[in-house]
Design a protein around this ligand. Structure first.
Ligand code: TYD
Length: 402
């Protein structure tokens, strides 16, 4: 398949094998067939965006039982409150209008709504839209595309800001999204979006950032090139520490001068060979090594008679569990705070997901930290576990136990 963003030719550099849908937690003993896809990453020769080689079934992925809730991390909730304050502070028109694509449970827009600013959240996950509406956020269960964008503009007028967090990379039909942005954005409006950053994935070897929902892995270079195809300029970039390293991209209609940060990040990407095949192939070789190391650590714990549990049934963990062939035999349980995941089993790997034990005495000896991107928040919360000798297995940026 040619590049979904620009139509140019692509080359494969990573094969993560047969994978389930990462957020499709299963009811135990569900007799229905599980959906599998072949997870392979390719890089485009034209715009340089990294993307999945094979199509993903978006209707099966984002629906009224979508289990990811933005507010499940306290740090992310405060990140989005601060983001909203910044977006609001930058609004200049007398009656501004803010659109969020992928508004989930309304964590970001709740702050915008509380300031009395006109806004609209658009998200196909109807259950999360209901939660947003319960927070007094104006949100609709819809897909963002050219048709929706035209309807929104007719109803509300042009948007001063279109914001998206961990959403643009989820949408294979990026051209449809950009056509929608061309329609809905005010002439002097901005598109601001943040997603996992290819440079960080390569630097940390965080291969679990690659799964069905992360169809694209962006960089400043690729975003600038894709934006240019649609009459937009990448006018600012900001590196963020959240979710294991993201970049926030700001786009405006052509004519605005980019900040020096844009040229600087593109120059760094050139210098470090971010989109070059040898660099990407070296990353892939490191991923294969990590599989063996992680399995060895788990087998050592088992042989030493130490109990291990997974910490957080993240979407990312689907890639790790299925690529490393880790099932209930090596990891008997994964604990997670999300009610919708508890009582189910992890996709593909069939490991029971349970609520965290109430009593520390029921904790395992060792946790395999799947939510490594929230490590600071989690380690702070689990002080007592560490104090009584509990250990963490990590696999980013390398496999280690401490
Ligand atoms: P996250 O890394 O934010 O996302 P993703 O699923 O996209 O990889 O992980 C979210 C999951 O982690 C969610 O199921 C809730 C769980 N979680 C906990 O169980 N405990 C915690 O302290 C945190 C921060 C998350």
């Amino acid at each position: 398949m040619p590049c979904r963003a620009c139509g140019d030719a692509v080359t494969q550099f990573l094969d993560l094998g047969r994978q389930p849908l990462s957020d499709a937690f299963r009811i135990p003993d569900d007799p229905s067939d599980e959906f599998w896809l072949h997870l392979r990453a390719v890089v485009c020769h034209g715009c340089h965006v990294v993307q999945l080689a094979d199509p993903v079934p978006v209707e099966r992925m984002f629906h009224e039982e979508y289990p990811f809730r933005t507010s499940s991390s306290r740090r992310m909730a405060s990140h989005f409150a601060a983001t909203a304050e910044r977006l609001v502070a930058g609004l200049e028109s007398p009656d501004p209008f803010v659109v969020e694509i992928g508004s989930n449970d309304g964590t970001m827009l709740a702050t915008v709504a509380a300031r009395g600013i006109r806004h609209l959240g658009i998200d196909p996950a109807a259950n999360m839209v209901d939660e947003a509406v319960a927070r007094r956020v104006n949100a609709r269960a819809e897909w963002f595309d050219a048709t929706t964008a035209a309807r929104v503009r007719d109803e509300f007028g042009p948007a001063d800001v279109v914001y998206a967090a961990n959403t643009m990379c989820h949408i294979p039909d990026l051209r449809g999204v950009f056509t929608g942005l061309e329609t809905v954005l005010a002439d002097d409006g901005v598109v601001v979006f943040e997603d996992p950053y290819l440079g960080d994935v390569l630097r940390l070897g965080s291969f679990d950032q690659i799964y069905d929902e992360h169809f694209y892995l962006f960089s400043a270079t690729s975003v600038a090139r894709i934006a240019a195809l649609h009459g937009f300029t990448l006018v600012d970039v900001e590196h963020l520490g959240v979710h294991g390293g993201e970049v926030r991209y700001t786009l405006a209609r052509d004519g605005r001068t980019p900040t020096p940060a844009v040229g600087a990040l593109i120059a760094t990407e050139d210098r470090t060979g971010t989109h070059d095949l040898p660099r990407l192939q070296a990353f892939a070789a490191g991923v294969a090594d990590r599989r063996e190391q992680l399995r060895d650590v788990l087998m050592d714990e088992q042989q030493a008679g130490r109990s291990v549990a997974g910490y957080a049934a993240t979407a990312k963990s689907a890639t790790v569990l299925n690529y490393c062939d880790i099932g209930p035999g090596l990891l008997p349980v994964v604990y997670d705070t999300t009610p919708e995941k508890q009582g189910r089993t992890t996709p593909g790997s069939g490991i029971p997901v349970e609520a965290f034990p109430q009593d520390l005495a029921d904790y395992p000896d060792t946790f395999l930290l799947f939510a490594w991107n929230h490590a600071d928040e989690i380690v702070a919360k689990e002080q007592e576990f560490v104090e009584r000798g509990g250990r963490w297995i990590r696999y980013v940026p390398e496999v280690r136990i401490d």
